[in-house]
Ligand binder design. Structure first.
Ligand code: SF4
Length: 336
């Protein structure tokens, strides 16, 4: 099972991206109205980034930073408030109900909780057969056999097709969800905290399976997580979200060796390390001050200023924009 198409030059330049970009997000905003007239939860507030073919992007942030909302907008499960999303050169800024079958085949999501994403009334064979039939991946008489192969690809036995989700453990259910996403040979997967609802003992197996599949099929991943240390061995680039904005984005190696944004340093300094080599690379300790402010009342100026030990007058009046600090390494901070 591999990619069945050739890449074409089809308008990447028109959206300000590059030919190697599979996903381009431009000035994305997602606001949710509150009960108070004229007031909004600004869950995602003007972010831009791209994902290259075969690349893994780690989108990291605390709870409430807007990272999962970003994933849902990319998937068309939330409508955009403003901005645009392009996938393989095509504008996909539309709800999932208006998306083409080929787009639904090519861009898949794995949710955080496999317990709610798998239909409890259907056995695993039927669950995996559905995308194979809808997208005509294999002839009708090969569907069940192919479902068994998909299960083997994620480390489960083909006999799992006869089981129901309730008889599987959480890790096995998530592997089935990954097999279902894999069924249509997607170019890209959005992974929304795929291990955070699972026991620590099973998390490594899921992560290793995802890494193997990404390499084997050269897929792109947009990997949503709050666990920065997880991204060290998975992501090609990491983007840090804070209160609806991306505040730093860089190649992973540069990110851990040379973090720039005070919020990034705060997150990195809170990761426990064991090895002396890791201790040497750990940035200076930045204490977390206070809680993340409400996305309804975003602070004026830099939205991190209420928690930043380096904040000065300019930070309270002017919001910093993303600037390239090093090649491919962008930061939004007045000090950088
Ligand atoms: Fe801190 Fe100011 Fe930089 Fe914001 S712009 S992170 S408040 S130093």
């Amino acid at each position: 099972m591999g990619k069945q198409y050739m890449e074409t030059k089809n308008g990447y330049g028109q959206v300000g991206g590059k030919e190697e970009d599979v996903l381009i997000v431009r000035n994305m905003k997602k606001y949710f109205p509150t009960k108070t007239k004229g007031s909004f939860v600004k869950a995602v507030d003007d972010i831009s980034f791209s994902v290259r073919f075969g690349e893994v992007i780690g989108l990291v942030g605390e709870s409430g930073s807007g990272k999962s909302t970003t994933a849902y907008v990319v998937m068309g499960m939330h409508n955009l408030t403003a901005g645009s999303v392009f996938f393989r050169g095509q504008d996909i800024s539309m709800p999932v109900s208006k998306r083409s079958l080929s787009l639904k085949r090519d861009l898949k999501i794995v949710f955080q909780d496999p317990g709610t994403s798998l239909n409890p009334q259907r056995n695993i064979g039927n669950i995996l057969s559905l995308p194979l039939k809808v997208h005509k991946i294999v002839p009708q008489n090969e569907v069940f056999e192919h479902a068994g192969k998909l299960l083997q690809m994620v480390g489960l036995t083909p006999e799992t097709i006869y089981k129901y989700p309730r008889s599987l453990g959480g890790g096995e259910r998530q592997l089935v969800a990954i097999a279902r996403a894999l069924a249509t040979n997607p170019t890209m997967m959005v992974l929304d905290e795929p291990t955070s609802s699972l026991d620590v003992s099973i998390q490594a197996k899921i992560i290793n399976t995802l890494i193997d599949l990404q390499k084997q099929f050269d897929m792109s991943y947009l990997f949503i997580t709050h666990d920065m240390s997880l991204m060290r061995n998975i992501a090609d680039r990491i983007a840090i979200m804070y209160l609806g904005r991306i505040v730093e984005m860089s190649p992973t190696k540069d990110f851990f060796l040379n973090p720039q944004h005070p919020y990034t340093k705060m997150l990195l300094s809170s990761i426990p390390v064991v090895l002396d080599a890791e201790k040497a690379l750990k940035p200076e300790k930045i204490e977390s001050r206070g809680e993340i402010p409400s996305p309804v009342n975003i602070p004026a100026g830099c939205r991190f200023n209420s928690r930043c030990p380096y904040a000065y007058d300019l930070c309270r009046s002017s919001e910093p924009i993303m600037r390239e600090f090093l090649p491919d390494h962008e930061v939004a901070c007045h000090l950088c």
